[in-house]
Design a protein around this ligand. Structure first.
Ligand code: FUL
Length: 487
């Protein structure tokens, strides 16, 4: 090529410019469809956020109120939304989703759609509005705000008939038009049939897929909060993980099917589909206590730092978001033990992931798609910098050489998901005392996705090798880290 250049461009200066230009022109890999929307990518980058379950159930000591408890039973003496928000911030939560209405039908805002709401309580002499108070506390302290509005309503006389669906849609409109912007809206899927239903006191069956007109509900949400992620219903932008225990499979695809049956299939929800037609990443919802609502009998059953740490590795570490529930107590506060455990848990994670021990390593790759996609990019903090191979490459590896033998017991890997999720299998080896040895992990090294965290007993290594054994499309890795966590 150089021999074909005119003499005027053969000076070293121009040659360097030409080489740099050629490198920057290397095209990025093709998209492997499906890929996340910008909104889905930003949602995945949140990683951890909180649920608050609070309402008449709290005062009834129930999980699923029947819908007939008098509204004045709701009477928290020292309710303080700022205490909730400051606690949640201190445990690293990026946002909070409030149960504006649970299945019992009691509304935490002064809705015009029913008298069964906070207006008819002693709280703030009937002038309270918890949705407003929490949304304002979130704005003040920089947390994102989301809402849960149960479609199933055990109070409403019209439940099961067309009239209720109008009420439900009006409730959504009141919420999104007054308290946004929202980062997520939750259409809960539960329906146990029985309820008070205006005194009818009977069981009512509906076909959820058609009854609630979820397309219309979603459109109302997006009219006011176009950025809101949607949980549940027929048109979600994310998927339930299929259990409430806080467990996502290690093999975890962001892709999924969109039919209503698949969206309720607990077995497949847990891991997704390699060839799913839509980008529907999973959310792991789990409570810090056994129940979603506060029960004094569970004061000694709050998850410990160790249990919360397991939850983190099994959710965020398995390519899903963690939605951790905090029940608010009868006083109107997050109990001290819950907040102490959650804050200590977060501080431990902060310590464990503070130093990426690869930062001074020499990095070599078996394949590289030119300078723009060089192997060193995996150590960059810039999200859009990534290492990629040429198209058609079927296996590739990265080797990190430490300046001196180094102890570590955690690995973090991230695929550059704006171009899709591709990796199906990888392996880890470390080099010590003249030979390569496999790193023994307790779980299969399969998918990566937005984030994969791997735990293993501490190794002392001179080098680390990651072999990407099976992947679809082109390999694009934007972050690798190793850490030495407290055992
Ligand atoms: C479930 C509900 O039935 C629980 O009460 C809780 O709100 C949980 C987050 O979703 O479907």
């Amino acid at each position: 090529m150089i021999s074909r250049l005119p003499n005027s461009l053969r000076s070293p200066f121009w040659l360097i410019i030409i080489v740099l230009f050629a490198a920057s022109c290397t095209p990025r890999p093709e998209l492997s469809c499906p890929v996340p929307s910008r909104q889905q990518l930003e949602w995945q980058q949140l990683e951890t956020y909180a649920f608050i379950h609070f309402g008449l159930n709290t005062f009834n000591d129930m999980e699923w109120g029947y819908g007939d408890t008098p509204s004045h039973t709701f009477n928290p003496p020292v309710l303080d939304c700022e205490q909730w928000v400051l606690t949640l911030k201190a445990c690293g939560m990026k946002g909070v989703i409030l149960t504006a209405k649970h299945h019992d039908g009691f509304c935490l805002w002064p809705t015009e759609t029913t008298d069964y709401c906070i207006r008819n309580t002693y709280y703030n002499k009937g002038g309270g509005d918890l949705v407003k108070e929490l949304s304002e506390a979130c704005k003040k302290h920089g947390l994102k705000f989301g809402l849960y509005l149960s479609p199933w309503d055990r109070h409403q006389a019209d439940y099961g008939y067309p009239g209720y669906v109008e009420v439900y849609h009006r409730q959504i409109e009141e919420l999104v038009s007054h308290y946004g912007p929202l980062f997520e809206f939750w259409f809960d899927g539960a329906n146990g049939g029985t309820g008070w239903y205006g005194g009818a006191d009977e069981a009512r069956a509906i076909v959820a897929e058609h009854y609630y007109d979820y397309e219309k509900a979603r459109d109302i949400v997006w009219k006011y909060s176009p950025e809101a992620a949607i949980f549940g219903g027929t048109v979600p932008t994310l998927r339930w993980i299929g259990n409430e225990k806080g467990v996502a499979d290690a093999t975890q695809w962001c892709m999924y099917k969109t039919d209503f049956e698949a969206l309720n299939d607990e077995k497949n929800l847990k891991r997704g589909f390699r060839d799913g037609e839509a980008w529907l990443p999973a959310e792991v919802d789990v409570s810090i206590r056994p129940g979603w609502f506060y029960h004094a009998s569970e004061d000694d059953k709050v998850k410990t730092v160790e249990q919360l740490t397991d939850l983190y590795y099994n959710s965020v570490g398995h390519n899903t978001n963690l939605l951790l529930n905090f029940p608010v107590n009868l006083e109107g506060k997050i109990p001290a033990i819950d907040s102490a455990n959650a804050v200590q848990w977060y501080q431990k994670l902060q310590r464990d992931f503070r130093d990426n021990l690869l930062k001074d390593c020499k990095v070599t790759a078996s394949h590289t798609r030119g300078q723009r996609f060089k192997a060193m990019n995996v150590l960059s903090d810039e999200y859009t910098h990534y290492w990629a191979t040429d198209d058609g490459v079927q296996q590739a590896e990265l080797v990190f050489e430490f300046p001196q033998a180094t102890d570590f017991n955690r690995l973090m890997l991230q695929e550059y998901i704006p171009l899709g999720q591709n990796v199906e299998s990888f392996s880890l080896d470390y080099y010590a005392k003249g030979k390569w040895l496999p790193i023994e992990t307790g779980e299969p090294l399969t998918t990566i996705g937005y984030k994969r965290l791997v735990r293993f007993p501490t190794v002392k290594a001179e080098k680390l090798r990651i072999r990407f054994r099976v992947f679809k499309g082109t390999l694009c890795i934007n972050h690798v880290g190793t850490y030495l966590a407290e055992e």
